[in-house]
Write a protein that binds this ligand. Structure first.
Ligand SMILES: O=C[C@H](O)[C@@H](O)CC(=O)C(=O)O
Ligand SMILES: [Zn+2]
Length: 279
């Protein structure tokens, strides 16, 4: 087995108020996503999203079922979205080879039994993924940045000028519940998802990358009137419960991947919080 997925429980906002740094990190932070020749991650009981990293270095890796699924194959009752955050590589899906470049995405639907991730020739292979329970098979689809729905938000004056690439969202590709995309901050801008929001209908996971040198991100979470922060490094992810805001400020600009699962697939369904109401 080249796959290690650890279970994380879901959380109650009242309990969360008493969490110190250690409890917040143990319950929400995912530190070691890229382990040499391994698929590593977390099975979150928040909407049963699996959040992981795939890091083939000198041998191909197969997507095998893990114990939590009680299934023959990983995608027996699931769908998966993969975004390449490393060098151009290939992914084999039941014999069909997809070439996936840096910042391109691949959706693979329920029922596919053989998925193989190859190490890239050019250099380092780092693939980030989210997987959610699925009820129906939708076709495997590659989505490049040109296929994405693109929105630019914020301004340099507010240090939140950023471009949102909606890659695996329902207006671009058919999925059962998974929605994923990528947000790039412009140089000089550090704030993402400010103004912040919650969406009780869907949980979310964030993966921060393109953080150079020793730069870090302070990620904010909690109910809007009871927030906490946690420091993240490059290539780390964080689980965001449906009741929690998810916002961040970096010591530089950066890029992050957001992924959601839950009640609806309406990207715009957000309860925005006025910044002056945050506590
Ligand atoms: O629910 C949507 C997600 O939180 C992100 O798309 C928000 C985001 O990328 C941003 O505003 O910077
Ligand atoms: Zn959100």
């Amino acid at each position: 087995m080249n796959i290690t997925i650890k279970t994380r429980y879901s959380s109650h906002p009242e309990d969360f108020k008493s969490y110190g740094t250690k409890e917040i990190r143990n319950n929400f932070l995912i530190e070691d996503l890229f382990v040499t020749n391994n698929i590593s991650g977390v099975y979150s009981l928040e909407d049963r999203l699996i959040v992981g990293g795939i890091h083939p270095v000198d041998k191909p890796l197969q997507l095998e079922a893990v114990g939590q699924l009680k299934a023959e194959t990983f995608l027996e009752r699931r769908e998966i979205g993969i975004i390449n955050v490393g060098a151009k590589t290939t992914i084999e899906v039941d014999g069909t080879v997809y070439s996936i470049d840096h910042k391109e995405a691949l959706y693979i639907g329920k029922g596919i039994s053989n998925v193989i991730f190859n190490p890239s020739k050019e250099g380092k292979t780092f693939l980030y993924f989210n997987s959610a329970p699925a009820h129906k098979n939708y076709p495997t689809t590659k989505v490049s940045r040109e296929d994405a729905e693109v929105v630019t938000l914020g301004s340099l004056e507010n240090s939140n000028h950023r471009t949102i690439y909606k890659l695996l969202v329902n207006s671009v590709v058919k999925t059962c519940q998974l929605q994923m995309g990528m947000t790039e901050l412009k140089p000089g801008s550090v704030w993402n998802t400010m103004p912040a929001h919650t969406h009780d209908r869907r949980m979310e996971a964030y993966f921060y990358f393109d953080l150079k040198d020793e730069n870090v991100v302070s990620h904010y979470m909690g109910q809007p009137d009871e927030t906490r922060h946690i420091w993240l490094k490059n290539h780390q992810a964080i689980i965001s419960p449906p009741w929690s805001i998810h916002s961040g400020a970096g010591t530089s600009n950066y890029t992050f991947i957001w992924g959601m699962a839950g009640e609806n697939m309406n990207y715009g369904d957000m309860d925005t919080v006025n910044p002056s109401d945050l506590k």
